[in-house]
Structure formats: structure tokens, C-alpha cells
Design a protein around this ligand. Structure first.
Ligand code: HEM
Length: 404
């Protein structure tokens, strides 16, 4: 049995509720953050940061809030004065608009359509791994960053060669802080650039039907309703935002988890059937998004704390996944454990529409790496660097491999 954070020393002293902001994942890979959240679950299950935003830590509260979209709105942009809520951004919509759009876009995300992508994902991954020279490489740079963007580009039906552009846009959007109007303005500018690019493809699909994702969205109809150009473009943009860094980080996190339990690499080489369980336990231990946001529509009380309407509430998925009230010995990486209650993909009506795709990509990457490499270890001599606070995972992941 191995600990979730083997690559970093245990924090010397655990901070408590007195800090103004949650500890960041950088520089210690999340060791301090996890230790802090453990204290918060016990001592302050609902905590206010220095700006008055509420943070929720226990699994029970996090899941209950995600299950109640009438009381807890996802429209953080519209409700917190960040400007008008852009149409088509599924993530920010509440019922009934959310349900209508979700039913339409679900047409492009069926299990069948996703599993049909497997051969293309395999080819792209092979090409990326073929380009790796020698026995040392950075997994994020070589595979984890480019692959999810290439897959989204393939799905949408835009040139895979434009993936650099997509990658930069995705990173800019991810840096958005919904409570900062300047940051929201920058997001809108990037959004306009992306929209202009995507609109050309929507126009082309309106002229000539096609079965790629943009083509499917152009055709999609539920109860006589169709999507507008704006909705299609916003949804395609959201895919970049929601599906790029998250999947990239999951790939890196899977390797980090396996590095903490090297005997499992050998076991997986002998029997690939354990791959899905390794991915699920990685999602529990190291969920790529640390948290999601909601805004109460009325005055609410959570774990004894009264929260006024239109207050930002951060729901810590990372903390829910490490709640000892639900998961025994939560820091331990144990793929055999029951972990279906992990929250990495959210819960309720906004449950991640791309979850099957993220799982498929991770499985294919792991299978191809197991084929090629007898051993894979994180390069102990090279420094790891991590994302900030909203994303839990490595920004760079130097590996040392022994080829098969
Ligand atoms: C490991 C990878 C991924 C993780 C951890 C992840 C996580 C999440 C989470 C936590 C939510 C819920 C947000 C909320 O409740 O506010 C969500 C929603 C969403 N995700 Fe993912 N995601 C991943 C991959 C993807 C991919 C690959 C795509 C598409 C290409 C995608 C598209 C979406 C969309 C469109 C939504 C909004 C669904 C809705 O509002 O109904 N995600 N994701």
C-alpha cells in the first residue's frame, strides 16, 4: 500500500483556518493543501476566505449541494456581476435551459461515438510516443498536453495541425477568475477569437452536412429545437476549457500514482484488466479539478454556517475524495477499494459529459506505454512542477523509462 503523495515531504506543520487563502498545490504537490483540508473537514467544514467566499470540504455537503441546482446555481458569471452569462456554456446554465442544451449536445457524446474514436486516439498517441527519443522525457510535453487537444480537434472536425492554437486558447480560458471582472473581460476577448475561428466551420457544416461533432451539433434537434450558431460555438469552446488540462492532468496523475506503487506497473504489464481500476483510483486520489463553484439562490445553512444569496461557494472535490468519513485510509492508493463515490467528474445534472472520453484516452495511453516500456519512473533527479490551486497535478512530469 502506498501513500498518495510519495514524491513530497510531509508538511512540517499543518496550517489551520487562520490562513486567508487555501494553500496552493505548488510548491509541494498538494501535501500542505491535503493536510489543511483534513483539518478543515474536522474543525471548519464550511470556511470563509479573506474575501468572504465560502469553502465546503465534507463529501456529504459537496455532493448534496451539487445535487440541488435549484438552490445552488452554476451561473457564477451572471450572479456575481461578471457580465452577461454567455449562451451555450453548459457548465454555467441552470434548469430549465441546462436540460435543453444538455439533451441536444448529448447527441454528440454517446458512448458509441466516443468508443468509435479509439482507433484515432491510438494513432495519435502512437505518433506522439514515436517522437520520444531516448530514455528520459517529459510526459506532459510529449503526450499529456498535446493529446487531449488533438482529440478535441479531431472530434470537432477542425484541423489537428491547429492544436497549438487550441492549446494556448485553452490555457488562457482556464486562467479565468469568475469573481474578477478584468479576468472575465480577458476571457471574453479570447472567446471572441475562438468564436471567429469556429464560426467558419459552423458555416461550412451548414452548407455541407458532416458527421463530425460540429456537423452533429448543427443537425441536432430535440422537440423541434435546434442549436443557434452562438450556442454551438460556445459549446465547442467549453470543450476546450473543460476537456484539455483536466485530461492532460489525469494522464500525468496516473503515472504519478503508479510511481508511488511501482509493483503495479509490472502487474499491469502482465494483466491489462487492472487499468480501469488504476484510473478510477487516480481520479479519487488526485482529481484534476480541485473544486467546482456554486452560488446559492436563497439564504442557506450548510453545516451550521449561514450563507447569503449570491455568495461564491467553492466545493472541494479534492477534499470530498479524501474524506475519511467515506474512504478508509484516504491517502492510500488502493485501486481495489470501492471508489464509485469519488467526485472527480462532479455529480448531478452537470456530471462531466466528457468522462467516457477522458477514461478512454487514459486507458489507451497507459496501454501503449505498457507495451513500450518495461519500467517507468518519475525522474527523481529532475524537479517536478505543479499547477496552482484549481488544478491538481503536475505541469511538468519528467520520466525515466526502460524500453521493453
Ligand atoms: C479527467 C478529465 C476531466 C475531468 C476531471 C472533468 C471534470 C469535470 C467536472 C468536475 C465537471 C462538473 C462541473 C460542475 O459541476 O460545475 C465537468 C463538466 C463538464 N465537462 Fe468535464 N472533465 C474532464 C474531461 C472532460 C472532457 C474530455 C470533456 C469534453 C471533451 C469535458 C467536458 C465537460 C463539459 C461539457 C461539462 C459540462 C457539463 C454540464 O454542465 O452539464 N470534460 N467536468
Amino acid at each position: 500500500m502506498s501513500n498518495v503523495l510519495p514524491n513530497v515531504p510531509h508538511p512540517p506543520s499543518v496550517p489551520g483556518p487562520e490562513v486567508g487563502q487555501p494553500p496552493t498545490v505548488e510548491p509541494d504537490g498538494g501535501a500542505t493543501l491535503l493536510a489543511w483540508m483534513r483539518r478543515m473537514r474536522d474543525e471548519r467544514p464550511v470556511w470563509r476566505d479573506e474575501a468572504g467566499n465560502a469553502h465546503v470540504f465534507r463529501h456529504e455537503d459537496v455532493v448534496r449541494i451539487m445535487s440541488d441546482p435549484a438552490l445552488y446555481s452554476s451561473d457564477t458569471v451572471g450572479r456575481l456581476g461578471g457580465g452577461e452569462t454567455p449562451s451555450g456554456v453548459l457548465l454555467l446554465l441552470d434548469p430549465p435551459q441546462h436540460g435543453k442544451l444538455r439533451r441536444l449536445v448529448s447527441r454528440a457524446f454517446t458512448n458509441r461515438l466516443i468508443s468509435e474514436l479509439a482507433p484515432q486516439i491510438t494513432t495519435l498517441t502512437r505518433e506522439l510516443l514515436d517522437a520520444v527519443d531516448g530514455d528520459r522525457f517529459d510526459l506532459v510535453e510529449a503526450v499529456a498536453n498535446p493529446l487531449p487537444v488533438m482529440v478535441i480537434a479531431t472530434m470537432l472536425g477542425v484541423p489537428v495541425a491547429d492544436h497549438d492554437k487550441f492549446q494556448a486558447w485553452g490555457e488562457q480560458l482556464l486562467a479565468t477568475d469568475a469573481s474578477d471582472p478584468e479576468s472575465v473581460r480577458r476571457m471574453e476577448l479570447t472567446g471572441k477569437e475562438i468564436s471567429a475561428y469556429l464560426q467558419e466551420f459552423v458555416d461550412a457544416r451548414r452548407r455541407t452536412p458532416h458527421d463530425d461533432l460540429i456537423g452533429t451539433l448543427v443537425q441536432a434537434e430535440v422537440d423541434g429545437q435546434r442549436l443557434s450558431d452562438d450556442e454551438i460555438v460556445s459549446f465547442a469552446t467549453l470543450l476546450l476549457l473543460a476537456g484539455h488540462i483536466t485530461t492532460s492532468v489525469l494522464l500525468g496523475n496516473t503515472l504519478l500514482s503508479l510511481d508511488s506503487a511501482p509493483e503495479r506497473w509490472e502487474a499491469l504489464r502482465a494483466d491489462r484488466s487492472g487499468i480501469p481500476a488504476v484510473i478510477e483510483e487516480t481520479l479519487r486520489c488526485r482529481p484534476p479539478f480541485t473544486r467546482v463553484e456554486r452560488v446559492p439562490t436563497r439564504r442557506v445553512e450548510i453545516a451550521g454556517e449561514v450563507i447569503e444569496p449570491n455568495t461564491m461557494i467553492h466545493l472541494w472535490l479534492l477534499s470530498a475524495n479524501h474524506d475519511e468519513r467515506v474512504f478508509d485510509d484516504p491517502a492510500a492508493f488502493v485501486p481495489e477499494r470501492p471508489n464509485s463515490r469519488q467526485t472527480a467528474f462532479g455529480h448531478g445534472i452537470h456530471y462531466c459529459i466528457g468522462a467516457p472520453l477522458a477514461r478512454l484516452e487514459s486507458r489507451i495511453v497507459l496501454e501503449l506505454m505498457l507495451d513500450r516500456f518495461r519500467t517507468v519512473r518519475v525522474d527523481a533527479g529532475a524537479p517536478l512542477s505543479f499547477h496552482g490551486s484549481n488544478v491538481f497535478g503536475a505541469e511538468r512530469l519528467p520520466l525515466v523509462v526502460r524500453r521493453a
